[in-house]
Design a binder for this molecule. Structure first.
Ligand SMILES: [Fe+2]
Length: 152
């Protein structure tokens, strides 16, 4: 597999680990406590889901996605959805930030986070199973070089 795709894969792996930590904490908050310090920790962990690394990851994927659209590759509808997903994540992250500041209702916060996590898993799955393999198959060496020059 192309090395840039490997890098994206490794990032997904790291995110999946972060998400399982978040899920554990969510469970604790829902069932045992809604301790303010647990909520604080939760919001800190969520920062990993919408920080610079995440933004750069999406931008890198978009470089590849746009290149793929210029090839003869048959384009699966899930590949077209990816851009919209990236925008949706930014929007949900904004909502979470707002919730963190305005609500004390942990079940509302937990629902929003769970919704986010579900979407994130689905998104990673379509990238890994549909988008990355298509890019690996269809992009030329010169396209990869071009992407590498713009890579974050
Ligand atoms: Fe991704």
């Amino acid at each position: 597999m192309n090395t840039l795709l490997k890098e994206l894969h490794a990032y997904h792996h790291e995110m999946a680990n972060n998400i399982s930590q978040i899920k554990k904490l969510l469970k604790k908050i829902r069932h045992e406590s809604d301790d303010a310090s647990d909520c604080q920790l939760l919001f800190e962990m969520l920062n990993a889901l919408h920080g610079y690394a995440e933004q750069h990851h999406h931008e890198n994927e978009e470089l590849i996605r746009r290149a793929l659209l210029t090839t003869e590759a048959p384009i699966h509808p899930r590949i077209l959805d990816i851009e919209r997903d990236h925008q949706a994540f930014a929007r949900i992250a904004g909502q979470l930030k707002m919730l963190a500041d305005t609500t004390k209702d942990t079940s509302v916060i937990a629902d929003t986070i769970e919704d986010f996590i579900q979407k994130y898993y689905d998104h990673m799955e379509s990238e890994e199973n549909i988008f990355f393999p298509a890019a690996d198959k269809w992009l030329s060496n010169s396209q990869w070089l071009d992407i590498k020059h713009q890579w974050h």
